[in-house]
Design a protein around this ligand. Structure first.
Ligand SMILES: [Fe+2]
Length: 231
């Protein structure tokens, strides 16, 4: 971003002194709408820092391979979408939209997920406090009751998907929702806490015992991140 701004600024400066008005307009038009590509975020902890709940090998593959593929595929799909928009191909844009949803959702979901996790030494597993803690007690009775319902929701996902603690942006109420594939939490609901129920999130370590993963992951949940998202 800063590099782009620098280039644009330098270009404008040069154009002011050397080019005609029409040339300046044409050059600026081609540089004003520079698209920012999605990038893979760094993790704020080491791959092995969430063990034994999540193995370092899973974290490495999940972040550096799976998430990276969503980022790259989203950028490719978005570039294609730009071409279709430029050519006015509306049918093509409609056909392209599912790819944007899938890979953009994959990128968004995983970015939120990494923030939702923390090593025990950095507060992972510490119960939520403040307004979110109160909302959980009001809505679910207790944190343990929330975890029980959340794990039941995770176990009920058929195929690949996510379970989320969400907040209704209109009512402010919190609740648990599941989403298929990489569908993102957008629109009426705000994502507070998401758990990845795709096999790639646990299979290497837990194989078919996914209930053990759903149980163990709470030891490394970063409730502070959820508290920040709660309005
Ligand atoms: Fe994942």
């Amino acid at each position: 971003m800063s590099n782009t701004l620098l280039k644009s600024s330098a270009l404008r400066s040069a154009l002011r002194t050397t080019a005609s008005a029409s040339t300046r307009r044409a050059a600026l038009a081609s540089t004003t709408f520079v698209r920012n590509k999605a990038t893979l975020p760094d993790l704020p902890y080491d791959y092995g820092a969430l063990e034994p709940a999540i193995s370092g090998k899973i974290m490495e593959l999940h972040h550096d391979k799976h998430h990276r593929t969503y980022v790259n595929s989203y950028n490719t799909a978005e570039a294609k979408m730009q071409e279709l928009q430029a050519s006015g191909d509306i049918a093509g844009q409609i056909a392209q939209q599912p790819l944007i949803n899938f890979h953009g959702g994959g990128h968004t979901n995983h970015t939120l997920f990494w923030e939702n996790l923390a090593p025990k030494s950095a507060g992972g597993g510490e119960p939520p406090s403040g307004a979110l803690g109160k909302a959980i007690d009001t809505s679910f009775g207790s944190l343990d009751a929330l975890k029980e319902k959340f794990n039941a929701a995770l176990a009920g996902i058929q195929g690949s998907g996510w379970a989320w603690l969400v907040q209704d942006v209109q009512t402010g109420h919190i609740g648990i929702k599941t989403y298929a594939n990489q569908d993102a939490v957008v629109g009426q609901f705000r994502p507070l806490l998401g758990i990845d129920a795709w096999e790639h999130a646990y299979y290497l370590q837990y194989q078919n015992r996914k209930a053990e993963y759903f149980s163990a992951v709470w030891d490394v949940v970063n409730w502070k991140a959820a508290e920040k998202r709660f309005k």
